[in-house]
Design a protein around this ligand. Structure first.
Ligand code: MSP
Length: 663
């Protein structure tokens, strides 16, 4: 080991059974980089894992009738299996439910609180559950989440806040002083202009309305807001704040955090601010890559293309899928994903260019020299150009890799492959073979082809971990010093007395038409499966609901203190209308004392809007506001219903002023 270290991370994934090929993108890129650095002699730490806390996961688990940890464990098993299939060579897999991680997050939170960087206050604003993100009124777009454009919930709760605003100037300074910190450049501008320069607000860092999270150690009822929990994984995984922190000392700061573009903000503003507060060095770089999209929109399993990474890897092999991910789209930009594009790349780049070069070379050596190359050689006029291009390619690849331009690196390697194929056309071995007086020249041509293949097998290794082995088995080479990264820089490392052995066809051509049909069938089956599982889930939910109703008798009594938490008041309906697109819902404006509230109730089958106006009703006034069908409801009207489905509004025996308390 050279003593040089390299620490690379992927984001930790939300455990979900909806993972698609887009999710594999960051991980394949990180793995490619980790393998590249290992080849260069670095002591590499490659971290990935799962982000298991938060309201969203709690809700999904509940829907499935599982404890959150039981649910996430199932998915973690699935994810690990996928990474194995895709040859992801991570060194550490962290789960945010790991004991060590939880303890470290608690220590970090406490330390920040003790030193005054975290303080207690009340949060009032909007929350997007799918994104686990808080927004101010100003940040919403048309009342919706600015990131995912879904409904947001109004929340008001006692919370801890992190003094993010305190770090604004230092963050701007750091970004300006370290232009390499946020890459690509466009994302750096976005962070500075859209977030940092307009001003940072302090960040809400705890929640009380759900339990599935890291508990705040000194305040029961609060859990640490998921992003603080999640981001800390990059140091908790190294043993930070534990007595086994050798990895932390060795690998921190990270060389690069690879992240998708939508989470660059968390990684380049919140995370560095936390690190500054902890007095720790910042990661050297955060690289925000683009998205794989389908028809310009978000990728999903139901969009007419097979995007299940397992299916793709099983059909085409991990090397082909990895190659496609790194080649097709320039890292940093968005790119369209289609099954057709994947198949076409396999056919043209892998089967035609690389596969053919290997099989032609091996079969010519077998045919012309019975698999054993003689040592006597005579050069051709085309040799020098090929030699030069071969030994120069590695520098181009190194240059591209240092900037994480994976696609450029592959383009350079494929230029070498094309050049080598052209060398065959130039030297025309089949003509040389016609006359034994040309044997020395023919042997030389074969050696050039084999030697270039040796170099290519090394250059592609970070991208395609399996193919190099298959090439080298055919060239009968394995000696470490002739397959090392450095050995690509010197021509002629292949033994002079080379023998070869034909192997399997590494990349058989795919019949596009037939394959399309097969993929359509797979897609159809998936749809059916999805429908069946949705139905099953609905049934399961219904059973759970029924069970809850039947066990109601066992429900423990509540004390008067619990009952008195419910605030009931008399309200008068002053306006009422139907909720568009919802045949059960009415939206009423209800005067409660001096205040008017909007309440949505499921009573439209029993009362018309006209009937409601003027009615005095009993309202639960301290229910948390929710949105029903996108309409805000700030309370609940009480009603009685029987088993026949009759429903009547609850009211008082005699008239009483609106606003009166019901006790
Ligand atoms: N849990 C957070 C990350 C916390 S890191 C401290 C998260 N998880 S995620 O599962 O939603 O996303 C993981 C990674 O997958 C992100 O980098 C995200 O950008 C990436 N991708 C998800 N869909 C993608 C595409 N369609 N294309 C490319 N990458 C995509 O965010």
């Amino acid at each position: 080991m050279s003593g040089k270290t390299y620490y690379i991370t992927t984001p930790i994934y939300y455990p979900s059974d909806k993972l698609h090929i887009g999710h594999s993108y960051t991980t394949v890129a990180a793995d490619t980089m980790a393998r590249y650095k290992r080849l260069q002699g670095y002591d590499v730490k490659f971290l990935t894992g799962t982000d298991e806390h938060g309201q969203k996961i709690q809700r999904v688990a509940e829907d499935k009738g599982l404890e959150p940890k039981a649910y996430t464990s199932q998915i973690v098993g699935w994810i690990k299996e996928l990474w194995k299939k895709m040859d992801i060579s991570y060194d550490t897999f962290i789960r945010t439910t790991d004991k060590q991680h939880i303890e470290t997050v608690q220590k970090i939170f406490k330390q920040l609180y003790d030193q005054g960087d975290i303080y207690k206050s009340t949060y009032e604003g909007w929350y997007c559950t799918p994104c686990e993100t808080f927004f101010t009124e100003r940040q919403l777009q048309d009342g919706l989440c600015p990131d995912c454009h879904r409904d947001v919930e109004k929340v008001k709760e006692e919370s801890y806040f992190f003094k993010l605003s305190k770090y604004q100037d230092r963050l701007i300074q750091h970004i300006e002083d370290h232009p390499e910190f946020i890459q690509p450049q466009s994302r750096q501008n976005e962070m500075l202009n859209n977030f940092l320069r307009p001003g940072l607000e302090d960040l809400c860092v705890s929640r009380t309305s759900f339990k599935w999270g890291v508990p705040v150690s000194f305040d029961e009822g609060h859990v640490v807001y998921v992003w603080i929990d999640a981001l800390s994984n990059y140091i908790s995984a190294l043993g930070y704040l534990t007595d086994q922190d050798a990895d932390f000392k060795k690998y921190w700061p990270a060389n690069v955090h690879l992240v998708g573009k939508e989470i660059v903000r968390f990684h380049t503003i919140i995370w560095p601010a936390i690190l500054m507060a902890l007095d720790l060095p910042l990661p050297k770089q955060v690289f925000g890559h683009g998205w794989l999209v389908i028809d310009g929109g978000k990728m999903s399993k139901s969009k007419g293309n097979v995007v299940d990474p397992k299916v793709l890897v099983e059909r085409y092999g991990s090397d082909a899928v990895r190659y496609f991910l790194m080649r097709e789209v320039a890292f940093g930009q968005d790119g369209n994903f289609t099954n057709d594009a994947l198949i076409q790349r396999i056919n043209s780049d892998l089967a035609n260019d690389l596969g053919n070069l290997v099989s032609r070379t091996i079969s010519m050596i077998e045919k012309y020299f019975s698999g054993q190359l003689p040592v006597n050689r005579r050069g051709t006029e085309f040799d020098q150009d090929l030699q030069q291009i071969a030994t120069k390619t590695v520098y181009k690849v190194e240059d591209a890799m240092e900037q994480l331009f994976f696609s450029d690196a592959l383009v350079s390697i494929w230029q070498l492959i094309s050049r080598t194929n052209k060398y065959i056309d130039e030297t025309q071995p089949w003509l040389l073979a016609k006359d034994h007086r040309n044997d020395d020249m023919l042997a030389n041509v074969m050696y050039h082809l084999a030697e270039t293949l040796r170099i290519i097998s090394i250059l592609i290794e970070p991208f395609m971990p399996r193919t190099p082995k298959l090439i080298r088995e055919q060239l009968c080479i394995s000696e470490p010093k002739i397959v090392s990264w450095e050995s690509t820089k010197l021509w002629g490392r292949l033994p002079q007395n080379l023998s070869v052995k034909r192997g399997i066809n590494m990349f058989p051509r795919i019949d596009l038409e037939k394959e399309r049909e097969i993929l359509e069938e797979i897609q159809e089956k998936n749809k059916q499966k999805q429908l069946a599982s949705q139905e099953k889930q609905q049934e399961k939910k219904q059973v759970q609901k029924d069970e809850k109703t039947t066990v109601a008798e066992d429900t423990p009594y509540i004390g008067i203190e619990d009952f008195s938490k419910v605030e009931l008041r008399i309200g008068e309906v002053i306006q009422c209308e139907k909720v568009e697109g919802a045949d059960k819902l009415l939206k009423s404006q209800i005067k409660i004392g001096d205040e008017v509230r909007q309440i949505v109730s499921g009573i439209a089958k029993h009362y018309s809007p006209e009937e409601m106006i003027g009615k005095k009703v009993i309202v639960v006034t301290n229910l948390k506001p929710v949105k029903l069908r996108g309409v805000l409801s700030e309370g609940m009207i009480l009603a009685a219903s029987d088993q026949e489905g009759n429903l009547v509004l609850a009211s008082t025996d005699q008239d009483i002023a609106s606003g009166a308390q019901v006790k």
